[in-house]
Design a protein around this ligand. Structure first.
Ligand SMILES: Cc1cc2nc3c(=O)[nH]c(=O)nc-3n(C[C@H](O)[C@H](O)[C@H](O)COP(=O)(O)OP(=O)(O)OC[C@H]3O[C@@H](n4cnc5c(N)ncnc54)[C@H](O)[C@@H]3O)c2cc1C
Length: 399
């Protein structure tokens, strides 16, 4: 590690030590839920991170970030994790930090960047995304929600589905049809519209995991200001393609279900037991677990190599589709193995006979099913890889 990196890491460590409220140790809302009793401490920590620009560290300083590279961002995340701390801002902003914000950086006007990026980077506003429709998921270009020019604004009518966090969000980035006569990928635009208006009605959908993470969202004469058109009129297809690349980029870390701090091999030994040589008692499971650990390491090393090749710059490309599928494979296999290792204890839904991590495991396993669908399904990523990386002809989409 260079002296510069070492100094940066030491500075991050000291800053976290001086600023992270000790009451929040291990209280990451993303894993243990939000502790309302600690609301003031949560807010203080959010504000301190926001002042430092570490809500979205790679964004330019003038838009609320810290102007850092990916390497520095990873160092911050490492040191937060080492201190049992966390960055709550991406979770608060929902689709803001990982998807809408980077797309505004790519396509926004200066005025849009100032107006929208700063509140996102400070964790002061939640964003949702209105892309999918009941008749337009993988084939997104078939979308039918219309936006009609009405002077200084557009009037939006239609419905979106699976809009994550729509019922909690203040803003929505939506793809809408602005030219119904154009070929289907040409007459689409990307608009940003406030959720708090009469014409927007998000209806939560209940999931098998018990949560209601997303909605069907109805637009009835909703208003989107022309100053909130992102990118050129009728060229929203390019904007949304870019946004989806940012989404995939944010999904490639192979997040894992439950027991984040305990290595899988230790977990297996604890639940299954070991033989006289100290080897896991189940030879078949031992082999599959070993293969999973190798796959996971290969995925992590590939990510590290790509980050190093990008020389710390934040870059997105079609390769994100490869990594998204690889991350999904790794995290779903890990969730399957975790359930298998725990046996009956991994299947509890409630009750005193299960500890908190066992209860979390089955929910995480169920939610993990979504990772091969959200952000474009497994098969759709393979289509992108075959066309954009391997140069094979497109055979699945018309128009
Ligand atoms: C957790 C989660 C969060 C989500 N959040 C949002 C959100 O915030 N905003 C939003 O707009 N959407 C969101 N979505 C929706 C998501 O983008 C869509 O579910 C996804 O694009 C697939 O669309 P679909 O559900 O209509 O399935 P379909 O497109 O109907 O696909 C059904 C099946 O057919 C396969 N298939 C379809 N087309 C092809 C093809 N050309 N070649 C090969 N196989 C094909 C698919 O792989 C899939 O297995 C979310 C989904 C999930 C699971």
């Amino acid at each position: 590690m260079s002296e510069q990196n070492q100094n940066f890491r030491a500075g991050v460590k000291d800053w976290i030590k001086d600023n992270f409220p000790s009451t929040l140790k291990g209280q990451n809302p993303a894993t243990v839920g939000y502790a309302a009793a600690l609301e003031d401490d949560h807010d203080l920590w959010r504000q301190r991170l926001a002042e430092k620009g570490w809500g979205a560290p790679t964004w330019p300083k003038e838009y609320g970030g810290a102007g850092l590279g990916q390497r520095e961002e990873r160092t911050i995340n490492d040191e937060l994790s080492n201190a049992d701390a966390f960055n709550p801002i991406p979770g608060i902003a929902l689709m803001g930090v990982t998807m809408v914000g980077p797309t505004i950086l790519d396509y926004g006007t200066e005025e849009q960047k100032i107006r929208h990026l700063i509140p996102i980077a400070r964790g002061e506003v939640k964003w949702c995304l209105g892309l999918s429709e009941p008749g337009a998921g993988s084939d997104l270009a078939s979308l039918r929600t219309r936006a009609v020019d009405d002077g200084d604004h557009y009037v939006v009518n239609g419905s979106k589905i699976w809009t994550s966090g729509a019922h909690q969000s203040q803003w929505c980035g939506a793809v809408v049809r602005t030219d119904p006569d154009a070929k289907k990928r040409n007459g689409i635009s990307f608009v940003m519209l406030p959720m708090d208006q009469e014409g927007v009605d998000p209806q939560p959908i209940k999931l098998i995991s018990g949560a209601s993470a997303f909605c069907e969202t109805f637009f009835n004469d909703a208003i989107a200001e022309k100053s909130d058109l992102l990118g050129p009129l009728n060229e929203g297809w390019s904007v949304v393609k870019r946004l989806l690349q940012h989404e995939r980029q944010s999904q490639i870390g192979a997040r894992t279900a439950g027991f984040r701090s305990e290595p899988m091999q230790d977990l297996a030994k604890r639940y299954i037991g070991v033989d006289g040589d100290g080897k896991l008692n189940d030879g078949d499971l031992r082999q599959r677990l070993t293969k999973h650990l190798i796959d996971r390491q290969a995925h992590s090393l590939t990510l590290a190599r790509i980050a190093a090749e990008a020389k710390g710059k934040v870059e997105v490309s079609a390769a994100a589709s490869i990594l998204k599928n690889s991350a999904t494979n790794v995290s779903q296999t890990r969730a399957d193995l975790t359930l298998e290792i725990m046996g009956d204890q991994g299947l509890g839904w409630e009750g005193d006979t299960f500890d908190a991590k066992e209860l979390e495991t089955v929910r995480a396993w169920l939610y993990g099913m979504a990772s091969s669908i959200a952000g474009g399904s497994f098969e759709v990523q393979y289509n992108i890889i075959s066309k954009n990386i391997l140069g094979l002809p497109e055979t699945t989409q018309q128009g």
